[in-house]
Ligand binder design. Sequence first.
Ligand SMILES: Cc1cc2nc3c(=O)[nH]c(=O)nc-3n(C[C@H](O)[C@H](O)[C@H](O)COP(=O)(O)OP(=O)(O)OC[C@H]3O[C@@H](n4cnc5c(N)ncnc54)[C@H](O)[C@@H]3O)c2cc1C
Length: 476
Amino acid sequence: MITSTVIKELVAIVGPQGVLAGKDKTLVYDCDAYTIEKSPPEVVVLPTTTEQVAAVVRLANREGIPFVPRGAGTGLSGGALAHGGLLIALTRMNKILKTDYRNRRIVAEAGAINIQLTKAVTGKGYLYAPDPSSQNSCTLGGNVAENSGGPHTLKYGVTTNHVLGVKMVMPDGSIAEIGGELEDPVGYDLIGLIVGSEGTFGVVTEATVRMVRQPQTYRTLLAVFNTIAEATNTVSDIIAAGIIPAALEMMDQIILQAVEMAFHFGFPTDAGAVLLIELDGLEAAIDRQAEQVQALCEKNQAREVRLARTEQERTNLWIARKKGIGATGRLAPSCVTHDGVIPRTRLPHLLELIAEIGAKYGLRIANVFHAGDGNLHPVILFDERDPDQVRRVVEAGGEILKACVSEGGSVTGEHGIGVEKKEFISLMFTPRDLEVMERVKLAFNPNELCNPGKIFPSARHVCTESFVRRRGALPM
Ligand SMILES: Cc1cc2nc3c(=O)[nH]c(=O)nc-3n(C[C@H](O)[C@H](O)[C@H](O)COP(=O)(O)OP(=O)(O)OC[C@H]3O[C@@H](n4cnc5c(N)ncnc54)[C@H](O)[C@@H]3O)c2cc1C
């Protein structure tokens, strides 16, 4: 229980506009985009400086209150779920602090929206490469915490390949600057550890990231197939031919129908699947590569390969892809988006399996995903007001993740473990592996006040002194 005295102290730190207390105000923060689990925080704080975040975290420590960092709440694994306690929302810390073209660096606050980074440098011919499909709303801090990917990270690498340094409020309230502008920092690769730590190592307040030169030109193709297997076989053929497209995405028939209902772009709603293939590079070489890709699509029975002829046509293709999951709102009131990874060559088999799992549980499952890197996103459509549907969604999701692991894949590619998959992480790691990982977490977060209850199966605990103290077996 957060007392009124503590709330007054929070107000003193961040001002009255920066504190939300009471169910009517905190309800909107009761989940992220994983809507199966909901639980509002007791209090939300919206700081505007690193020093305010540090003061809030010190107060939380003094009072023993758990706290959860949050960006835009677009996470798909319940990572920003608060279970009471304090939610520290970084959305007011959204400034681009520096664009350094000579060193090709951007420094931004953690609450900056992903797309703003590219917008800040696009005029000079640069971009920020990691582009989650949620990039119009997700924040840099959330991207760092989840090691986010996106369509164009097939060629350019995911968030961890672009972050050089962070300013971070540690779980005890101290402020640390880790990494920085140098390419080759000395010592342990702490940035590599922090990126992808799902908000359990502290609250990131700023990050220094690379900016990337915009390619000279693009060719964006839409290849239309009668079956999913033809589309997914094409994916492996393109990579085997030595071509790494900037992006190689797949949308199945259900997604095509949802997108068409939403945007009326003229997509073939009777197709089994389409591939969105973007090539980028030098004007001199790109048409030759586009011809090679077209030939590979035709070899796999593509019934049509469309080339975007104008910038508007290219934009429409990307709107369709990036808003594909949102468009499923036309088909069902709720959806859960899964995130398994498998070797690319197993895509045809796994997509068949997903269809079988959907039939077994009486659920519609759409597929829209980063096919080039084998990162599946089965989108299970349902109505969250019906508890029986919710049960079937959870069971079907579990079967899909198990199938990914048994195909030599993983339970997450880019959305993290959060609360959604903490029971499934054991499919991939031994108890000893998990214990080592928990020890790393405890080195950063010894009292486990920072984003507790995430990543690790609830039954697993590491018996450190601080952990035992927290449970009352030792004096604090
Ligand atoms: C329609 C849709 C499409 C998506 N497409 C993609 C995609 O293509 N690729 C992809 O990788 N993801 C995708 N996502 C998932 C999601 O957008 C990303 O995980 C994103 O990085 C989350 O950012 P956020 O600001 O919303 O973070 P939140 O959801 O608020 O938080 C996510 C996690 O980060 C932690 N966190 C947030 N901010 C901080 C901070 N400042 N310091 C420390 N920890 C912090 C939280 O505690 C939580 O654990 C998609 C989501 C949706 C809804």
